[in-house]
Design a protein around this ligand. Structure first.
Ligand code: SAM
Length: 332
């Protein structure tokens, strides 16, 4: 592989290496903070990128300097071609690293084929280890299936298996220590993520959000935490647990924003490119491709999208507006 191009530099000098690709806006869970009980008006199937279109966008983006592709959603494992997508991305002349963020439910059947197709890593979302809470939080009685998914990911060698948890006040914020003990014993890398204003009800309340500082204070009562080596552009601040090798991450998207080192750009399942989760607008790559745009034109649109990227997510700005699409439609 030759020298990597760096043509995805935005107006603030940030080079973009990481593309988040949403495979679908649909999900098999109904997490209360992410989706209404009845789901959402789904993207019409005619508007979804085909597998060929999706692979084409990634191929163009990789030639512009993208090195890492994370498949997400919605629930990416609901996409019928997910194994094929991974395989085709791995066979690109400049193959990116491919990872996946999932609720884990389909991993027992898919972890091994995904690993064989070239998937490198997996992040599994899990907010509670208590069955009653899992049912209340996700509106589905599937904790046992997520845990089977974690085991399947480990068995398939998708190392390191990361677990992402969102703590919510009065809901599961008493589980930080228990979850870290479990993750350490299971050899998983746990990361706590601050809840962002992305819920469909627009009921996010900064004052009620469990902050990174609170998570760290709670963990510090039971574990000795020392800073792990520098995080680069990773959103997680990593800590060694009791001297290591176990680590825990805290993603303070709201109280400790990392926009200054952001290298991420997002492609929705209907082919819209977003320079940020909170970007006010999108760049329509689907329409471009379906009206005969060349790869050069697709590349020009990708660059133009990045050129308009804002300095920060703006959650603290007085005029902040939640994106019109929820997290599940943008790609978490
Ligand atoms: N279905 C996949 C999964 O469960 O990982 C991928 C999509 S899901 C939207 C990705 C992650 O976003 C999950 O870990 C979920 O907890 C997180 N998430 C959803 N809404 C959020 C919010 N408002 N703030 C922070 N994280 C959120």
């Amino acid at each position: 592989m030759g020298e990597l191009p760096v043509s995805l530099v935005d107006g603030f000098g940030r080079a973009h290496r990481d593309l988040r690709v949403s495979l679908t806006d649909r999900c098999s869970l109904r997490c209360t903070y992410c989706m209404p009980a009845d789901g959402l008006p789904w993207i019409p199937s005619a508007d979804m990128l085909t597998t060929a279109e999706l692979v084409r966008v990634v191929a163009v983006a990789v030639d512009l300097g993208i090195e890492e592709v994370r498949l997400t959603g919605g629930e990416p494992l609901l996409h019928p071609d997910v194994v094929e997508v991974v395989g085709r991305l791995q066979r690109l002349p400049r193959a990116p690293e491919v990872s996946l963020t999932t609720n884990g439910l389909r991993l027992p059947g898919l972890a091994a084929p995904l690993a064989d197709a070239g998937l490198q890593r997996v992040n599994i979302s899990l907010d509670t280890l208590r069955r009653d809470r899992f049912v209340a939080l996700t509106r589905r009685d599937r904790l046992v299936d997520v845990l089977a998914g974690v085991a399947a990911a480990k068995a398939a060698g998708l190392h390191p298996v990361k677990v992402n948890a969102v703590l919510m006040r009065g809901v599961n914020d008493d589980e930080a220590v228990g979850m870290l003990r479990w993750a350490r014993d299971e050899g998983l890398q746990l990361r706590f993520i601050e809840q962002m204003p992305l819920d469909p009800q627009h009921s996010w309340d900064r004052g009620r959000m469990v902050t990174a500082a609170e998570v760290l204070a709670s963990l510090s009562q039971s574990f000795a935490l020392s800073p792990a080596p520098a995080r680069g552009s990773s959103p997680a601040e990593e800590w060694l647990v009791d001297g290591g090798p176990a680590t825990v991450g805290v993603v303070g998207s709201v109280t400790r924003p990392f926009c200054g080192t952001c290298d991420r750009v997002r492609l929705t399942a209907d082919g819209q490119l977003r320079s940020c989760l909170f970007a006010p607008d999108e760049t329509d790559l689907r329409a471009a491709m379906r009206t005969g745009a060349s790869d050069d034109e697709v590349a020009r649109r990708i660059r133009a999208c990045l050129a308009s990227k804002r300095a920060g997510h703006g959650i603290d700005d007085p005029g902040f507006l939640q994106p019109t699409r929820p997290m599940s439609a943008i790609g978490g």
